[in-house]
Design a protein around this ligand. Structure first.
Ligand code: K1U
Ligand code: ZN
Length: 176
């Protein structure tokens, strides 16, 4: 068995975070190992989601675990080629964060419920409905696969402010 590892997370601005990721044609041991590394990276951060472009891999793969309560059983999810196939008219507002835009949060409005179709770790097609934090996180992660960040939903002025702050944090982390 190969050992899982924590991978470095790209910090905005980075051109790789603005690209559209490519669909995964077939599952391979390499892709499954990437998924395991991404789960390890997400839990280590800590975060409740992570998309492959955030670790510099431009393929359509996301991981998530929206169980925030440490007393509850973790629910790691791995999704290859995830797609929102149905979204509710009803919306919800959540104060989102992003591991690629550290230490910054802003309210984003999204559909409250979504139906997602994806390929699981066994290579099987799955479909399920998600609500609450799960719906928010999965939409945020699928946006990453399309080169979209949560700050793209904000006003140009707020987006510029958060980009500058992220750039400063990125420089400080590179010097450290
Ligand atoms: O995609 C990412 O950058 C991960 C991001 C996911 C996300 C959070 C909130 C709303 C939408 C999407 C994060 O995980 S940021 C960190 C975070 O929210 C968190 C960290 C530890 C415990 C609980 C939450
Ligand atoms: Zn993010």
């Amino acid at each position: 068995m190969t050992r899982m590892s924590v991978r470095p997370i790209l910090i905005h601005p980075d051109p790789r975070l603005k690209k559209v990721a490519t669909a995964v044609p077939d599952l391979s041991d390499e892709l499954r190992a990437l998924a395991e590394d991404m789960l390890e990276t997400m839990y280590d951060a800590p975060g409740i989601g992570l998309a492959a472009p955030q670790v510099g891999v431009l393929e359509r793969l996301i991981v998530a675990d929206a169980v925030k309560d440490p007393d509850e059983e973790p629910q790691p999810m791995v999704m290859f080629n995830p797609e929102v196939i149905l979204a509710s008219d009803e919306t919800s507002v959540y104060e989102e964060g992003c591991l690629s835009i550290p230490e910054q949060f802003a309210e984003v409005t999204r559909p409250a419920e979504v139906r997602v179709r994806w390929i699981d770790m066994k290579g099987e097609e799955r479909e399920s409905d998600f609500a609450g934090l799960w719906a928010t996180v999965l939409q945020h992660e699928i946006d990453h696969l399309n080169g979209k960040l949560f700050i793209d939903y904000l006003s140009p002025m707020k987006r510029q402010m958060m980009t500058r702050r992220s750039q400063k944090i990125k420089r400080e982390r590179m010097r450290a």
